[in-house]
Design a protein around this ligand. Sequence first.
Ligand SMILES: C[S@@+](CC[C@H](N)C(=O)[O-])C[C@H]1O[C@@H](n2cnc3c(N)ncnc32)[C@H](O)[C@@H]1O
Length: 221
Amino acid sequence: MAVSRMKLKKLEGHLQSVEVFDNPKILLEQYPTTPHIASVMLHEIQTKFNDIDGCTVLDLGCGCGVLSIGSVMLGATYVLGIDVDEEALEVCQKNLDDFDILNVDLLQQDIVNISPKDVKCASENIFSKKFDTVIMNPPFGTKKNAGIDMEFVKAGLMMSTNAVYSLHKSSTREHLRKKAKDWGVSIEILGQFKFEIADTFKCHKQKVVCIDVDFVRFGNK
Ligand SMILES: C[S@@+](CC[C@H](N)C(=O)[O-])C[C@H]1O[C@@H](n2cnc3c(N)ncnc32)[C@H](O)[C@@H]1O
């Protein structure tokens, strides 16, 4: 137990060095996962479910890569990070270089607004690729993009053989349960965090609000 706690603190310490977005794009909901939340999530995924060490991992909406980098630190054999935003991927690649991480590939791809049959990667359909574990902190879905978090989960379930770990506004918990039932997958709420995000729709000036967020596991089997 003491060893696990030490590993958690050590992981959080390393993740403090991950650079974040230079110019966060509000419409892409680019709020980075804090080193504390990322390390607690990844540590729980590994110690409770053994779903990182020795696994292939997909990081959907990888942003600057804090979840990808933490996964490698916990023993992932290979990680693919996908994001729609080129600038975020540039920061992510710089982070990977700074950490001397070689087993993470990055792919620029909109995972929501293109039909799966049109999405090609190395002449294969990207949605046909399979990973042991999918992790993500998706856009939560503003008034403009309501439901985008569930589109991310749907894509994650398509591409995972095992489980999808994700963050969602706690206020949507019952909706999540209903969706999981419709999709025939298991759902477990693993914990809750306080998350700071930019609130752009209540006023024109950017304002930061603190919301309750669920840490959720969707099980494919
Ligand atoms: C909340 S941020 C999380 C970033 C990073 N995973 C982290 O944990 O710090 C959501 C990420 O999803 C990306 N994103 C937003 N819409 C997307 C889309 N349609 N397809 C792919 N990525 C998208 C954003 O660019 C952003 O990097």
